[in-house]
Design a protein around this ligand. Sequence first.
Ligand SMILES: [Cu+2]
Length: 356
Amino acid sequence: MGRFRHFISVVILLIASTVGLRFLFEYIFALPIAASAEAGPIDTLFNGHYWMIAFLFSLIMVFMIYSVFVFRRQDDDETDGPHIHGNTKLEVGWTIIPLFVVLGFGVWGAVTLNEITRPKEGEMTVNVTGKQWIWNFSYPEQDNLGSGELVLPVGRTTVLKMNADDVIHSFWVPEFRVKQDLVPGRETTLRITPTQIGSYKLRCAEICGLNHTLMEADVRVVSDADFQAWVEEKSAAPAFAEMTPEQRGAFWASAEGFGCVACHSQDGTPGVGPTWKGLYSHEVELADGSTTTADDTYITTAIYDPNAQVVSGFNPNIMPQNYRDQFATREQEVESAEAIDLDIAADLIAFIKTLQ
Ligand SMILES: [Cu+2]
């Protein structure tokens, strides 16, 4: 077989292998649906990489496997192979071409990143707080409406202003493709323009402690009208003054309140912290071997100064130590808006009492 025929065979195999691998990737690295405008350019970039990877892998493998089979030693051939020292042209080529390919992908990536992160017209702001192990959202343009689920109107860019209370967390909804860390002491932003109405799941993508895998929140993309309706319904929720202490306590414990539920179950399920079921007025065994009764004083101390009495079988320094300050700030906020004399710790105790 002449040189030219070998060359044609290799080129045909190379094309077949590249195309075949590219479509195999489609199954192996299947991506979830693309539900945001930002997903478009990112998927195009991914697509470019997949083609490049399929081609480079094939380039090496096809030449190698072809040579191994077609140019293998014949039975009667006892001679040495030709001595080849090197090929300067080839070496220069395989240094320069990849250099430009890599630079090209770098520029393409930078342009894409700039496009998806630049401010857009008519943006809506949502503040996102991540803390061990809950997500919390508030809508400054909707009267600081607070929510434990993220509800977004379709077709409008939302800029998420994100803060972490304790350690690094990471905002990740695979269908939106974009991802961003939340860093304590520094606000980070992320822009999302949802394009598909539907329900998604937000996951924390940065290992952040014991319950990291449970740090999830629901994300709903809804029509403009449904978004307005949700805001109205949510804003019409009864004022704190109209709620019973037990109802307020349940609210404070939730993800929208102070997120105690991330560590304390209400149904006896073990968690990072002791369950609240059957806690009130029962005996508690402490790590120092003593026992005490879970009355108002004990629970208040447990909330304000968690390390003062550590429950047997649980670790100190896990429960946040600053609830006294957090409660005081919140009490002032509510008291300046409503005629009520608020005591958040007392509300929580009233709620815990109902969990018998
Ligand atoms: Cu996290």
